[in-house]
Design a protein around this ligand. Structure first.
Ligand SMILES: Nc1ncnc2c1ncn2[C@@H]1O[C@H](COP(=O)(O)OP(=O)(O)OP(=O)(O)O)[C@@H](O)[C@H]1O
Ligand SMILES: O=P(O)(O)OC[C@H]1O[C@H](OP(=O)(O)OP(=O)(O)O)[C@H](O)[C@@H]1O
Ligand SMILES: O=C(O)c1cccnc1
Ligand SMILES: [Mg+2]
Length: 552
């Protein structure tokens, strides 16, 4: 009973705080909290830190990434605070020796003194450029690490994956069908949301549709087709014509059209499955305006297409226009061409103008490479339904964003590594994107925050952060500052964009990249540089911090 009450009051508290149940301060690694205690004991409550959140390598063997997850980060910060029961739980897992005043301190923490500078959600981004710069009290900034990373990593990976599918598919429609295969319920919801941002047109995930206002779409499964064995199961057969009048028997009409279709397509009537026709007719009766049929349950050429065309002709007779078919097995390029040929033939035979352009949707283990290969082969597919490969990001299951301290109380911090690529770039930095005359982005440059922004038509020396000989002068025809202050004094201080607007950002942002950077095979790396000033500063600090060994 008392547990129930506790649970209830906890729910009320969470609701008051606006937390969504999953994204909350305890969604973190234990070490953030143990560090908080040790920082507190070490008297670092007044220390001010700057952290950069960035990744080191683009995913999917590509040369670009789409930044996503910002809105969720900001909403998390707005509500950041440990509840009474959070504190009780932390007490329970930490050693008894923890000083009780620490819990009071922890219970009083919020993100009101945190500032977040971020790149706009949906922007194309590159390695080493901070996606977020988090400034504020060390202990709070540290406590945010894991949650911010989990909010950005999958979101950005998913949006990037979706954007790659979008580029492969060109103008064809893309629908996300992955919930059943996603990494759990939260993975499934995030996949639907971020694949929409990346350029998908809709999802089959109904909750995602409701929560995020994403178009929801769907056809039917093989089970619907196999659930019918013959016509006798069709108890309801009548459909009222679209423009009124007496209802007509849709099955009778379909059977009538089917007789002629088998001879047009040289198929034996005995080869065409009656259960399949019963299933199609019953689905058409339920959804006369949205009739879409899965045609590969028995035999696409000898049964599915014939039964579909018969049903679509019957619907046409009553003033309704069928939508199309879905192919879910076999050679999708070949079968789509066959499907289109059938539709054209029916159009010619019956003089129905829209028939040749009925929709052909393809599904079944589709990935980016399958789409590219289908494009090479030639096909007649209008839309793809994509699940497993998209939502699980099978080609690369994680993005490696990290969260590194770059400054503490004005002191610059550097993390050294044997691996040059892993050395962090110290200090508070601003990032600018420099554009060439053709309108494409040429290079990103990181500068110390106190440096003046690069100016249009003024030569800027851009240096590779670690390779001394790699440098170039750039005379930008346009300069954009990448970071804006998004969170300050406990509030989100930029207008939040809706998903459609973020989706548009992705589309526009990708247009500024040269095609060779976006291509699938061996793309050209986009350059990320540092200013001469930052270069010298980084290398001086590096030398100061790198121990000098002794050979003996
Ligand atoms: N023309 C094509 N070019 C390249 N890949 C294709 C083409 N047609 C289909 N594919 C892909 O080939 C794979 C076929 O898989 P598989 O052989 O397991 O399925 P199937 O036998 O056709 O169907 P199922 O086993 O689901 O009934 C799928 O990943 C599909 O996306
Ligand atoms: O990209 P995908 O992961 O293929 O996502 C979509 C698949 O999900 C459904 O079938 P389901 O997996 O339930 O059964 P099936 O594979 O036997 O068709 C659908 O028919 C597609 O095949
Ligand atoms: O609506 C569909 O066709 C669908 C939905 C989820 C998975 N596969 C197919
Ligand atoms: Mg399948």
């Amino acid at each position: 009973m008392s547990t129930d009450l506790n649970h209830k009051s906890e729910q009320i508290h969470a609701k008051k705080m606006g937390q969504n149940g999953i994204v909350q301060p305890l969604l973190t690694d234990l070490y953030q909290i143990t560090m908080a205690y040790a920082y507190w004991k070490a008297g670092k409550t007044e220390a001010n830190a700057v952290f950069d959140l960035f990744f080191r390598k683009n995913p999917f063997h590509g040369e670009f990434t789409i930044f996503a997850g910002l809105e969720e980060c900001l909403k998390f910060l707005e509500k950041f605070c440990y509840s009474h029961s959070d504190i009780e739980y932390i007490k329970h897992i930490l050693p008894a020796s923890i000083e009780p005043e620490f819990y009071e301190y922890l219970g009083s923490l919020t993100a009101k003194d945190i500032k977040v500078y971020a790149i706009e959600e949906g922007t194309v981004v590159f390695p080493r450029v901070p996606l977020l710069r988090v400034e504020g009290p060390l202990i709070v900034a540290q406590l945010l690490e894991t949650t911010l990373l989990t909010l950005v990593n999958y979101a950005s990976l998913m949006a990037t994956n979706a954007a790659r599918y979008r580029m492969a598919a060109g103008k064809l429609k893309l629908f996300e069908f992955g919930l059943r295969r996603a990494q759990g319920p939260d993975g499934g919801l995030s996949a639907s949301k971020y694949s929409y941002i990346g350029g998908f047109d809709g999802t089959s995930n109904v909750l995602a549709g409701k929560l995020f206002n994403i178009p929801v779409k769907g056809t039917h499964a093989h089970s619907y087709v196999t659930s019918f064995s013959d016509f006798s199961e069709l108890t309801e057969r009548e459909l009222q014509p679209k423009n009124g009048g007496f209802p007509k028997n849709l099955l009778e009409l379909a059977v009538h059209f089917r007789k002629r279709l088998v001879s047009i397509f040289s198929v034996l009537l005995s080869e065409v499955n009656d259960g399949e026709l019963a299933a199609f007719v019953s689905f058409a009766l339920a959804f006369p305006e949205n009739f879409m049929a899965l045609v590969d349950t028995y035999d696409v050429k000898k049964s599915g297409l014939i039964n579909f065309c018969a049903t679509a002709l019957a619907l046409h007779e009553l003033g309704y226009k069928a939508v199309g078919i879905r192919l879910d097995s076999g050679d999708l390029a070949y079968l789509s061409v066959v499907g289109r040929t059938y539709f054209k033939k029916v159009q010619e035979e019956y003089g129905i103008p829209y028939f040749s352009s009925l929709m052909i949707m393809a599904s079944n283990d589709i990935n980016e490479e399958t789409i590219l290969s289908l494009n090479e082969q030639g096909h007649c597919i209008d839309s793809f339904g994509i699940g497993t490969h998209l939502v699980t990001c099978q080609k690369q299951p994680a993005l490696g964003c990290v969260y590194k301290m770059v400054e503490l109380d004005g002191q610059l911090k550097i993390k050294l590594s044997q691996d040059v690529e892993k050395v962090t770039i110290p200090g508070k930095k601003d990032a600018y994107r420099l554009f060439g005359e053709a309108g494409f982005a040429l290079i990103d440059i990181l500068q110390k925050s106190e440096e003046d922004a690069p100016s249009i038509n003024q030569k800027v020396l851009c240096r590779h952060p670690f390779q001394e000989s790699k440098r170039a002068f750039v005379k930008p025809s346009k300069v954009t500052k990448l970071h804006v202050l998004c969170f300050d004094k406990g509030n989100i201080c930029q207008p939040l964009k809706n998903l459609q607007e973020i989706r548009k950002n992705v589309e526009d942002s990708l247009k500024i990249l040269r095609p060779d950077i976006k291509r699938n095979l061996n793309p050209t790396p986009y350059k990320v540089s540092v200013s001469d000033n930052l270069y010298n500063f980084l290398h001086t600090l590096w030398l100061q911090n790198a121990p000098i060994g002794e050979l003996s």
